[in-house]
Structures are given as structure tokens and as C-alpha cells.
Design a protein around this ligand. Sequence first.
Ligand SMILES: [Zn+2]
Length: 123
Amino acid sequence: MSSTARSLLRAQNHLKSLYRESRDHKKNGKPSWHYVALKMGLSVGTVIRVIKGIEPKSARIRHALSLPVYETIPACMICGRVHLNPSKVCPIRNRERRYRRMPIAELPTRVLAWKLRHREETL
Ligand SMILES: [Zn+2]
């Protein structure tokens, strides 16, 4: 199970325990999602969606539920992947740099194949 799935499960369990607890705070003794929503500072719809397993996207709601907040990370311009350490040079660009000045005859087969597959014109 991923850590995001685990934190969603944790949030759901918290909401469910508040739901059970709500019985003691209602005159009729019935549990209420409205009580849970009020306690959490969220709308009833949001609480029910989370219980059904729908993850909220909004940072404010995710924060209220102690879920990790989503961030937009730009993908690499060269390889299209997301590099966790953007200060480091892209491994694809690094490889290109390494083999750029090497004579074709000395290039490893896999590099030559890659260059052909990607129609690299520097050959
Ligand atoms: Zn890259």
C-alpha cells in the first residue's frame, strides 16, 4: 500500500471515529455526518466523498485531513520525466554529453541504437 493510500485510510478512520463520537453529542442519539463536518471545518459533501474513497485535491481540505499536499512539479524539458533533484543534470542529457565527442566506431551498441531510434542527427 502506498503512503498516500495509507494517509487516506488514516483520515477515513479519523472521520469514522468522529462519526461514532457524534452519537453522544446529539439529542436523538443518532450519529451525524454534519457533526463530523462541523468538527473538521469541512462541508458534509466533502466528508462523505472522503469516506467513499474520493481524495480531495484542494490544499486546504487536504491539510485539514492531514493528507500530503499536492504540488505541481515541472517535467524535464529533455526527457519528460520528473527529476527529484532538479539541480542535478538530467541523466539523458548527461549521457548525450558523454558520447557526443566519441567517434561512432567506439560508441557502445546500445548508445548507437538509442541514437538511431531517436533519430539523433549528430552522428
Ligand atoms: Zn531529464
